[in-house]
Ligand binder design. Structure first.
Ligand SMILES: [Zn+2]
Ligand SMILES: [Zn+2]
Length: 213
């Protein structure tokens, strides 16, 4: 897809950012796998916000091949071990539904899994807020559009029945009391000065932890 930032990762900044702030964001790929990549979120809701992104332009993680799903499990473990090492918090993973154009809360038109180091206490609030505004799915297989999150081996699939864009980003932002929910706004808001510092810190700590140059 020509206009998809994740399909044009080397040109990501040009695809989504205006010229005057391009040089504030370099492209950082933390890990390149056969089927998926790990990159820092350029508009992190909290520090160490990371994305796992399929190399192929697919609409949801559910549509990945079995091999790609196996790689996804390995990469989630990798991110979890990183979080454990840097601040001892478990990973919260979430996906903004199937971005096939009619998903209500889609974040960007290319599947991606958000990863955040998240305390148990913050997770309880996050879970309760999700539970009060979403309807859990009985069978994820029957649904094309869904919202999904996973924390400490527990996975929940929800019907994508919310009109709220970037639903889980917004929930985390509300729980944290910041203005970083919508990534496009986060890039330009008064808090945007933190973005580059947070991304750099994430890349530095990641490389350090995995002994990369
Ligand atoms: Zn794409
Ligand atoms: Zn998203």
């Amino acid at each position: 897809m020509n206009d998809c930032p994740f399909c044009n990762l080397d040109k990501q900044t040009k695809a989504i950012l205006p010229l005057n702030i391009i040089d504030r964001y370099e492209v950082n790929i933390l890990h390149s796998g056969k089927y998926l990549r790990i990159i820092p979120d350029i508009a992190p809701v909290i520090p160490f916000h990371i994305l796992i992104v399929p190399n192929e332009h697919v609409f949801s993680m559910q549509t990945l091949s079995d091999y790609a799903k196996m790689e996804l499990s390995v990469l989630k473990e990798k991110v979890s071990s990183f979080y454990k090492a840097i601040n001892g918090k478990p990973a919260l993973f979430f996906e903004h539904g199937s971005c096939n154009g009619d998903g209500n809360s889609a974040c960007i038109i290319h599947a991606h899994l958000h990863c955040l180091p998240y305390s148990k206490r913050a997770y309880e609030q996050f879970y309760n807020r999700s539970n009060s505004s979403l309807t859990a799915l009985i069978s994820k297989q029957k649904h094309e559009n869904y919202l999904q999150f996973e924390y400490c081996e527990r996975t929940y699939y929800w019907e994508d029945n919310t009109e709220k864009k970037q639903f889980f980003r917004q929930l985390v932002s509300e729980t944290e009391g910041n203005q970083r929910g919508i990534w496009q706004i986060c890039l330009y808001s008064s808090e945007s000065a933190d973005n580059k510092a947070w991304v750099s810190e994430c890349v530095y700590r990641w490389n350090n932890y995995f002994n990369k140059d």
